[in-house]
Design a protein around this ligand. Structure first.
Ligand code: PLP
Length: 456
């Protein structure tokens, strides 16, 4: 390591508090410092090359060296580096991006509100829904239904919707009224002898029973990721989303699709709700919206939601909500250019076309691997669940940190993946090629073999 790296490591250990990190382990081990990116690759401070198999945090669609995004940011920095959108102020990039999103998203989702992050977006959704129901004279209709293992963010309200124990423990969450129902993951949660269709029907019944038990007049919204990401990449059983949509409609409950990961091609369709055959009342977008080059998220709502909120803002005199960075000109300029690149390079079609090479390739390579219980995924998002004896019931003791070890081996082999417990998540940039997918599979294969030796 050179002198700069040494001093960076020392400074990081001395002063930084890293998100999602065991801080004491960090003091002992120090950071992995990434210095540059090129296409689907990133490089650390020792010059080692990695395929970024997670697209950063499920987010860098166009890869790590897109000069058009740099140019869009520079151009906007020169013209107007900052302005806000409070109190009737506006600027071209945020107007154009809202217009573009209305055009791209499923019909009926024509109104857009910008935030800086997915967590803020989901917090905003909760507040919009509460504001709306107060305005409609049904102040008791405030509860949310979410799923175990859901990930909707980490702020007090969005973190309450998240269904992962690590995000609740010792943070005093959940702090809003929310009920978490069963994760739609057949392999892990099916009962003995239950077919996938029966599993789906059981989960839909659970959702409807929950609504009836809570009282439909008290349930405001159901929120879900069409394909669950940070909880371990879970693709729902066939018919699940159509069923959820029908139940929501029947009980006058808003359906919120959190497509912070799924949106803009990740699942092989522009939006995953289109792939799974439902149209939400509210659609939450982030990450690939700007390839995370700038922090940005957007909430798209139907006219019915918009009208209730707009009427109430007229009655009160304002919609008393918004962020200094809502619709930030540089972020929205970068977002707009990023969406143009996704369209021009056909990256949604690329994700769909490479699904067979990626998901099929992972199945072919690992279905029979002694460590692998299930390979799953769709489009360009996948999970490989590690277990001791090929069955869902034979999960490793979490304390053994088998997944984390496998991620370490993968990094040594030149592949950045993410261990969600013992699920190895992969979610490469949408610009990836078939040859690079094959490299991911080879490197992951070597990591799995090394993990198997280590676990013996
Ligand atoms: N929703 C989903 C589905 C996510 O995957 C994430 C982040 O991974 C969030 C919300 C929160 O986004 P952020 O980290 O930008 O707050």
């Amino acid at each position: 390591m050179n002198e700069i790296s040494n001093s960076l490591v020392a400074a990081d250990v001395a002063h930084s508090m890293h998100p999602y990190t065991n801080m004491r382990a960090h003091e002992a081990n120090g950071p992995m410092i990434i210095t540059r990116g090129e296409g689907v690759h990133v490089y650390d401070d020792k010059g080692k090359e990695y395929i970024e198999g997670m697209a950063g945090l499920w987010s860098v669609a166009v890869g790590f060296s897109e000069t058009r995004l740099k140019d869009a940011a520079m151009k906007q920095m020169e013209a107007l580096p900052y302005y806000h959108t409070f109190a009737h102020k506006a600027h071209e990039p945020s107007i154009r991006l809202a217009e573009k999103l209305a055009e791209m998203t499923p019909e009926g989702l024509d109104r857009c509100f910008f935030t800086n992050s997915g967590s803020e977006a989901n917090d905003t959704v909760i507040k919009m829904v509460w504001y709306m129901n107060n305005a409609l004279g049904r102040p008791e209709k405030k509860k949310f239904i979410a799923r175990n293992k859901a990930y909707h963010g980490i702020t007090i309200a969005s973190g309450s919707l998240t269904g992962l124990p690590g995000n609740h423990r010792d943070f005093d969450l959940p702090a809003i009224p929310v009920t978490h129902v069963t994760t739609p993951h057949y392999w892990r949660f099916a009962e003995e002898g239950e077919s996938e269709a029966d599993f789906c029907a059981r989960l839909l019944k659970e959702i409807e029973d929950t609504i009836l038990a809570e009282g439909p007049e008290t349930v405001a919204a159901f929120i879900g990721e069409p394909v669950m990401g940070a909880g371990g990449v879970m693709v729902p059983p066939e018919g699940y989303w159509e069923g959820v949509a029908a139940i929501c409609k029947k009980h006058d409950i808003l359906l919120v699709a959190d497509e912070v990961i799924c949106g803009f091609g990740r699942c092989g369709a522009t939006f995953a709700c289109e792939k799974f055959g439902f149209t939400p009342d509210i659609l939450v977008l982030s990450k690939q919206i700007s390839s995370s080059y700038m922090p940005l998220a957007a909430i798209m709502v139907t006219d019915a939601v918009y009208d209730a909120i707009a009427d109430n803002s007229a009655k009160i005199g304002t919609f008393g909500h918004g962020f200094t960075g809502s619709g930030h000109p540089v972020a929205t300029a970068v977002g707009l250019e990023n969406l143009k690149i996704i369209e021009e390079k056909g990256l949604v079609a690329n994700a769909a076309a490479l699904e067979e090479a990626f998901i099929g390739g992972l199945h072919a390579a690992f279905d029979d691997h002694p460590l692998v219980g299930e390979v799953r995924g769709t489009g360009l998002i996948a999970g490989i669940e590690l277990v001791a004896a090929k069955t869902a019931a034979s999960a490793f003791d979490p304390a053994a940190k088998v997944g984390a070890k496998c991620a370490d081996f993968a990094a040594e082999e030149g592949l950045i993946s993410r261990a969600v417990g013992d699920v190895m998540a992969l979610c490469p940039p949408l610009i990836i090629t078939e040859a690079q997918i094959n490299q991911i599979i080879e490197r992951m294969g070597r990591a799995l073999d090394r993990t198997l030796d280590w676990a013996k």
